[in-house]
Design a protein around this ligand. Structure first.
Ligand code: GLN
Length: 573
């Protein structure tokens, strides 16, 4: 097993995750099996309890793990399936050690950060890195470990120390470190001092960079690279320039151009690989190249109004944005997202700030399609309901994800069934049951998952009379789909018959037939809602089908897409 650690200096949020996933992808293009681990030095056990406005989206895995959004990057780039244990947090490590201490496992010793916490971290990494994560079912050969935050922070200190020890545990030929740093441009000059200081900090903690990845808004000058090499005591071939590019999908190619694999394979003593593996790796690289160059050549735009409640931090919807991007690339369109804060669409806004109200409605009305993503709590709900009504009545392509499905159902019950005050029990739990569109239906898996939410992968079966469904066609006419969930509330069974009689069909249900999973409106360009979150399984080369439908319908090419022969294509790479 070869370990590649990606750490960061200077500031956080400079694209460590993309760099780490891109490096992983390049290992994969050599034909190697790659896995990844994300370390988050915060105390939370997982990302499930954090507001999306804190750390961005909470990503959900097959096993129901609620994890950091970077795990989504890894799954998408590397086409792998991770587990909740691939996300290590301080909270998880400490509770593990404390539990052992309570069991008396330390045999009377004083339990300390060094060596007990640091050993627990190393044991965890070694164990988890061996879990098979791809279709081969075999143990991975390369493990990318991303260390969140910046080196030098108090919280990450035990992890940095654990990694320092780890290089000796696994041997230096199995351990490489990429440190990501920032080169700011001040008055036109590329400044290297922050990088020098960051590397000094790193070395003082006992870690030596094999590569220094310099993020910069512009291409790095040759002199800058040489200067960093000299002051940071590394060769110029160990300094990689990662300037801002058209899209994050170009980053693997940018790294490839700079021949980072030459250095890394040598350092990690990766010898000749079998020809078949090399060939499959080469095929993957070509697909990737094709995708990015095709995208650079597409100029027609598709505009989606994203009506949500966490729009101030776009990372809150990272997988949704990625799914829209994957689908736009597949449709040869440039994606434009109009961010609409749903409260701005509400009547109240007219008196509070009329211009914001008009601006928000202008974006919704100008868009080619409307998307309402997941969310919790009552703020902004009325604005979303109005947007769904607008889409339904004006034949505008609509996709509702989780909360977005619930919104579309509430809107339909209010305006088509005439139950004026209908809402979800999440927003008003005193509402009469027969008037509630959305109710609380505890999951049978509740105890197993230890929470009250329905989480992780579950089967959705298409109902018998669903051959007319656009979404079913997009899913290659399969009878069942497996997608990830994260919700508590569901469509009220008491209202189902009446809703269906008026034309909104529940075309996908869970195995028991009791939970409504997919809605679709007949005689509409594209009006779909899913109780599950399809965005968690979208892949760069295999976009999520509900999102593909939204983009294709919004771009006016749905029939073309439905007639393509590659709809059965399932993440081949
Ligand atoms: N708040 C809703 C529920 O709990 C929707 C959840 C979501 O959109 N993820 O069911």
């Amino acid at each position: 097993m070869k370990y590649v650690v990606v750490s960061g200096g200077v500031i956080s949020g400079i694209g460590k995750g993309v760099l780490a996933s891109s490096t992983g992808l390049l290992f994969k293009t050599l034909g190697l099996r790659v896995t990844s681990i994300k370390i988050d030095p915060y105390m939370n056990i997982d990302a499930g309890t954090m507001s999306p406005l804190e750390h961005g989206e909470c990503f959900v895995l097959n096993d129901g793990g609620e994890v950091d959004l970077d795990l989504g990057n890894y799954e998408r780039y590397l086409n792998i399936t991770l587990t909740k244990n691939h996300n290590i947090t301080t909270g998880k490590i400490y509770s593990n050690v404390i539990e052992k201490e309570r069991n008396g496992d330390y045999l009377g010793k004083t339990v300390q950060v060094v060596p007990h916490i640091t050993n627990a971290i190393q044991d965890w990494i070694e164990k988890v890195s061996k879990i098979p994560v791809d279709e081969s079912g075999k143990e991975p050969q390369v493990c990318i470990i991303e260390l969140g935050g910046t080196v030098g922070d108090i919280e990450s200190a035990p992890f940095v120390e654990a990694l320092r020890q780890f290089q000796f545990r696994v041997g230096s030929e199995n351990f490489a470190l990429i440190h990501v740093s920032l080169v700011p441009v001040i008055h036109g000059e590329q400044k290297t001092k922050p990088t020098q200081a960051a590397i000094k900090d790193l070395r003082s903690l006992g870690l030596t960079p094999d590569m220094i990845a310099c993020r910069c808004q512009e291409e790095l000058h040759h002199q800058t690279i040489e200067k960093i090499g000299m002051f940071c005591h590394v060769g110029p071939n160990q300094v990689i320039a990662v300037h801002d590019v058209n899209s994050t999908y170009h980053v693997p190619l940018l790294l490839k151009q700079q021949k980072i694999m030459n250095y890394l394979t040598k350092k990690l003593s990766i010898g000749e690989l079998p020809k078949a593996d090399l060939e499959s790796g080469e095929k993957l690289l070509n697909k990737w190249r094709q995708l990015t160059s095709q995208h650079d050549k597409s100029f027609e735009t598709v505009t989606i109004a994203l009506v949500g409640k966490y729009t101030h931090l776009h990372d809150s919807y990272l997988s949704v944005i990625k799914s829209l991007e994957h689908s736009s690339m597949k449709c040869n369109r440039r994606l434009k997202i109009e961010w609409v804060e749903s409260t701005n669409l509400e009547e109240e806004m007219k008196t509070k700030n009329l211009s914001e109200y008009h601006k928000a409605w202008h974006y919704v009305c100008q868009a080619d399609g409307i998307l309402i993503p997941g969310g919790f709590g009552s703020r902004g709900i009325e604005g979303m309901i109005s947007a769904a009504k607008y889409a339904r009545e004006n034949n505008i392509p609509y996709l509702g994800v989780c909360l977005g499905l619930q919104i579309a159902v509430i809107e339909f019950v209010r305006n088509v069934l005439g139950v004026e005050h209908s809402t979800s029990m999440e927003f008003d739990n005193s509402i009469k049951e027969e008037e509630a569109s959305i109710v609380y239906m505890p999951d049978v898996d509740q105890i197993k998952l230890g929470g009250t939410m329905r989480l992780g992968i579950h089967e959705t079966k298409f109902v018998e009379d669903s051959n007319w469904s656009i979404l079913k066609k997009l899913y290659g006419n399969s009878n069942a789909v497996y997608e990830r969930h994260r919700h508590r509330y569901e469509v009220n069974p008491l209202l189902i018959e009446e809703i269906e009689n008026k034309g909104l069909k529940f075309i996908g249900k869970d195995e028991s037939g009791k939970r409504m999973e997919i809605i679709e409106l007949k005689d509409h360009k594209f009006f779909v809602g899913t109780q599950y979150h399809p965005e968690y399984l979208s892949k760069v080369l295999d976009p999520s089908r509900p999102f593909l439908g939204l983009i294709a319908a919004s771009a006016g090419i749905l029939d073309d897409v439905l007639n393509r022969d590659d709809l059965n294509y399932k993440g081949e790479f």
